[in-house]
Write a protein that binds this ligand. Structure first.
Ligand code: HEM
Length: 531
């Protein structure tokens, strides 16, 4: 521990980040991190930008300096040079404990190999083929809520978060692994994989000192805690079910090819639209060179990775979309009017994508309520980040590049860029889908993979599932907003945002502080209004 701390102090003393202006740490252990967790959104960072300018430093664990910059050119440099700016080892350790060593965890050549194999599963044609899963699960959710509204005389009070989460879990189960969680089936028995997954997810959302110390000091990892035991048990369940899924998928391939008797298996002959089928193809096809095949272990590591990455993010985004529509009933009505122009309740992907106001509402939600509010990278070598706007250090010297040294952490301000007034204009913090009709020119400098937003990040480590998520969100909003009118069940001032990995709503009035968003949900009838 002392050695690590000494290294940290020594690194800090020599880091060029020392010259940057920024706030003083408020705790020797957490630096400014506790203040950031306690403040909503990116509010604190935005205040600092007002005080110290667009490039600054703040304190992380054990007084270490972290670079914070709103400069889009510097951020673009970090995101596009993903081998030089990797995830910090502590973050990777925590990820591997919870998700295994899947595509979110791996770096360098192994990451490039996994992305190359998996990218085809997320192209437009594949997402088009998955649209019927998005729609049928949305309809299932709509029917569950309809039953709940019939049972109550007026509008039903529904905490929409867990329901949206069940829907997206069902979708990623089917679309990813051809596995039916059946989480939306209220009468079914609890699913074993779902329970294991919940343990993993709640563990990933907790911020506490013990896992943090274990991430820093490997020797401490030998000391088991209650959290470790729970994660180990959940991992065992996931591993067992994952192996079974993989075994079944392989057996199906072998039996359809008669390959048990030594027959060859060609890549192009393996069918199946889910991600697992694609992985099995890359694992078994005898016409792919041995060294390019993906191992059983790597296939299995993708199961928890995709369950976590592909599930809570989209359900949280849809939760915020409905929240925004409750705050602006005029936008909710305008959206419903557009959705009702479609004659079928089972639209194709192309029909969904053609709905321009739905598209604007989804973009505006993902801008203002980005589910992943930030991420972190570490410099793997000394470097200079080019900047658009020269900045002044705390000694009054003007710089046209940010010097970083190997080991310096860099905060990637997803939400702060999405809400920046310098980029989006003075109404940047308001929900205004109409802004998407004509964007400010400067927005094109945002280095995001989609929509001039940082929401799905950019560069080689950008979100692989963004198209998947956009169509799934559209299918959900299409089905739900046509069927129901939504209103907040609590005063708007009671709803707060809590940021851990994913930014979720909670009620200030709830002493348990659990994530939730209760809405009044009422079936839409042409002349109705909420009583
Ligand atoms: C609104 C929904 C979503 C948001 C906001 C989101 C956001 C992000 C962000 C910010 C990252 C980069 C994290 C980092 O490197 O620090 C990421 C990576 C990733 N996302 Fe998403 N995501 C969403 C939906 C999905 C879906 C639906 C899937 C899968 C079906 C998915 C799979 C992944 C994977 C596998 C990665 C790791 C990519 C890599 O490192 O190469 N995401 N996502």
């Amino acid at each position: 521990g002392c050695w690590k701390l000494g290294q940290r102090v020594w690194h800090n003393l020599r880091s060029p980040l020392r010259a940057l202006p920024g706030p003083k740490g408020t705790s020797w252990l957490y630096g400014n991190l506790k203040d950031i967790f306690n403040a909503e959104n990116s509010v604190l960072h935005e205040q600092w930008v007002g005080q110290y300018g667009t490039t600054l430093k703040y304190k992380g664990f054990f007084f270490s300096d972290r670079l914070f910059t709103m400069d889009t050119r510097a951020l673009n440099h970090v995101l596009t040079h993903s081998s030089d700016y990797q995830k910090p080892s502590q973050v990777r350790y925590n990820l591997s404990r919870i998700l295994g060593e899947g595509v979110l965890f791996v770096e360098g050549a192994q990451h490039r190999q996994q992305r190359r194999i998996m990218n085809p599963a997320f192209g437009p044609a594949q997402i088009r083929a998955l649209t019927d899963i998005f729609i049928s699960k949305s309809i299932k959710l709509r029917d569950v809520w309809s039953t709940m509204t019939v049972a109550s005389e007026h509008a039903a009070r529904i905490d929409i978060m867990p329901w949206l989460s069940k829907m997206t879990l069902d979708v990623i189960g089917l679309a990813g692994f051809n596995y039916e969680f059946d989480a939306l089936n209220a009468t079914g028995k609890p699913n074993e994989l779902n329970q294991a997954f919940s343990v993993m997810f709640s563990a990933s959302q907790q911020i506490s000192i013990i896992p943090m110390l274990k991430a820093w000091i490997p020797l401490l990892r030998w000391i088991p805690t209650d959290r470790d035991r729970k994660i180990d048990a959940a991992q065992k369940t996931m591993g067992r079910i994952g192996s079974q899924l993989l075994h079944d998928a392989k057996a199906a391939v072998l039996s359809s090819h008669g390959a048990e008797k030594g027959g060859s298996i060609e890549k192009s002959s393996l069918q199946g639209r889910d991600l697992l089928s694609l992985l099995v193809r890359a694992n078994m096809a005898t016409d792919i060179p041995e060294n390019q095949r993906i191992s059983d272990e790597d296939v299995l590591a993708q199961v928890p990775t995709f369950l976590v990455a592909g599930h809570e993010t989209t359900s949280t985004a849809t939760t915020w979309a409905l929240y925004a529509l409750c705050l602006r009933p005029d936008i909710q009505t305008k959206l419903r009017e557009e959705l009702l122009t479609v004659e079928t309740e089972t639209p194709s992907m192309d029909e969904l994508v053609a709905l321009s106001y739905l598209d604007a509402v989804v973009r505006e939600t993902l801008r203002l309520h980005a589910p992943v509010p930030s991420t972190v990278r570490i410099a793997m070598k000394d470097d200079i980040l080019p900047v658009d706007t020269p900045f002044t250090d705390k000694y009054g010297v003007v710089h046209d590049g940010i010097k970083v040294s190997k080991g310096d952490p860099i905060f990637i301000p997803i939400l702060a860029i999405n809400r920046s007034e310098a980029i989006w204009g003075t109404d940047a913090k308001e929900f205004n889908p109409d802004r998407w009709a004509s964007l400010p020119e400067v927005a094109s400098q945002v280095p995001g993979v989609w929509g001039h937003l940082m929401t799905f990040l950019g560069g080689p480590r950008a979100c692989i599932g963004y198209r998947f998520s956009l169509v799934e969100m559209k299918a959900l909003l299409f089905t739900l907003v046509r069927a129901f009118e939504f209103e907040l069940a609590v005063p708007a001032s009671d709803v707060g945002k809590r940021s851990t990995i994913v930014q979720r709503p909670f009620l200030r009035s709830d002493p348990e502080n659990k994530s939730q968003l209760p809405l009044l949900v009422k079936p839409y009838r042409k002349t109705s209004g909420l009583s």
